[in-house]
Ligand binder design. Structure first.
Ligand SMILES: NC(=O)c1ccc[n+]([C@@H]2O[C@H](COP(=O)([O-])OP(=O)(O)OC[C@H]3O[C@@H](n4cnc5c(N)ncnc54)[C@H](OP(=O)(O)O)[C@@H]3O)[C@@H](O)[C@H]2O)c1
Length: 394
């Protein structure tokens, strides 16, 4: 999708606001009957816009650039994390409703959709592919390689980033998604048996062949990023980052992204929904489709202890008319200009709420106040189990 098109969408929205403002101004000068007519027109214009799902609803109009130089990639200020549409986030609506939700996201200006080979082996990619059919001139999809699968079942103790597997996964992703090129192709987790230089070289070849536009890595450390970037410029790092997990601030990854001109996509920006405030110690997760029940931070006692953090976001948001989820997302967007969060949702109401967070600006004092209030509360429980944590580079 081109920048001009994104701006065009923004113009539509601005155009609507301008027209509404002019209609409002007209109200002040016309006689009484005309006032009624003018008011009716405003209402009917607004109704029209509601019916078409366009301007008066939440929409993204800003873009951000991930990466720099030849690796630069312009996308909407917020993306859409597609994993939870079928995988690891409990119950979900039927396929038709989910496709309609993705269409809403496209119409409202989201241009980056995040999936992976592993989100229900090929299932999520096929769903996203079906939903984006006819839209791929306007949006991009990122997918991921690197987990090891045997007959469609993940071997959790091993990773596979051999060039042969990267290429195979790429072909599968292109086919599943029905696209000729992936926007971003990420290494999902580091493979200790394949040097990162080999991975970078393979991704560089895929870029030259036009199969991927850009590449990135998840949960890697500064040494890996430096080595990879020398072989093939990296567009984006995707790692966990939110109010309850700050390791990219502490291990130098965020600073290195800034130094090298690499973008950053924080995954699970709402801490898997926790920061939205709708999860409490009584929450039941789908026993067959939710990895949160295995995570130390999602046990009843840790949920209870950590809920104080949600309450901080609530208190901060209450006086500003914004929700805890919006505080969490807006904080990330305000944190650095090269950050593009990818919250996931199965609900139109949450999509609406999340997209509006992109318009929220905090002053440096507000950022400080928020960070200090959150830092005062110790986070209880680790984010991953021992096996998952062992795959994260420190
Ligand atoms: N690279 C990696 O290793 C990695 C790992 C995990 C995830 N990811 C990516 O990151 C994306 C997002 O991650 P995620 O799903 O783990 O976490 P998330 O975006 O932090 O949270 C998603 C959860 O939050 C809920 N939610 C969304 N908006 C909300 C709102 N406004 N208020 C309250 N609850 C809200 C959703 O439930 P509803 O459906 O009810 O809205 C969903 O269960 C994934 O889709 C995936 O693309 C990448």
């Amino acid at each position: 999708m081109k920048k001009e098109q994104i701006q065009e969408n923004g113009m539509d929205r601005r155009g609507f606001l301008k027209r509404t403002a002019l209609a409002g101004a007209a109200l002040c000068i016309v006689p009484a009957l005309e006032k009624v007519n003018a008011a009716e027109k405003v209402i009917s214009d607004r109704q029209k816009s509601l019916n078409t799902g366009m301007p008066s609803l939440a929409a993204l109009h800003d873009t951000r650039t991930l990466g720099s130089g030849k690796a630069a990639f312009q996308v909407s200020v917020m993306g859409f994390g597609c994993m939870g549409l079928n995988h690891n986030r409990s119950w979900h609506p039927d396929r038709k409703q989910e496709i309609a939700l993705i269409h809403e996201a496209v119409e409202r200006g989201v241009t980056l959709f995040d999936t992976a080979e592993s989100y229900g082996y090929h299932v999520n990619e096929k769903l996203v592919g079906e939903a984006l059919k006819g839209y791929t001139d306007r949006v991009f999809v990122s997918s991921k390689f690197g987990h090891k699968f045997v007959n469609g079942v993940q071997v959790r103790t091993e990773e596979n980033s051999t060039p042969q597997n990267i290429r195979q996964v790429c072909e599968n992703s292109l086919r599943n998604l029905g696209v000729e090129t992936l926007g971003i192709f990420y290494q999902h987790r580091i493979d200790p048996n394949t040097p990162i230089e080999v991975v970078a070289e393979t991704c560089g070849e895929l870029i030259k062949e036009g199969k991927i536009l850009h590449w990135g890595m998840c949960e890697v450390n500064v040494n890996t990023i430096r080595s990879a970037h020398k072989v093939c410029p990296v567009t984006v790092i995707q790692s966990e980052y939110h109010f309850m997990h700050h390791s990219v601030e502490e291990n130098g990854v965020l600073a290195l992204c800034e130094e090298l001109g690499i973008g950053f996509v924080p995954y699970s920006p709402l801490n898997r929904g926790f920061l939205g405030g709708m999860i409490n110690e009584y929450t039941q997760f789908d026993p067959k489709n939710d990895n949160r029940q295995t995570l130390p931070r999602f046990q009843p006692d840790t949920i209870r202890a950590n809920y104080r953090i949600v309450e901080v976001l609530n208190a901060f948001g209450r006086t500003r008319g914004i929700t805890p989820a919006q505080v969490a997302l807006a904080w990330l967007i305000n944190k650095r200009p090269f950050i593009v969060p990818i919250p996931g949702t199965t609900k139109l109401s949450h999509l609406e709420e999340n997209l509006r967070a992109a318009d929220i600006r905090f002053t440096p004092e507000e950022m400080q106040e928020l960070e200090a209030a959150v830092a005062a509360i110790p986070v209880v429980g680790s984010r991953y189990d021992a096996l998952q944590e062992s795959k994260i580079q420190k």
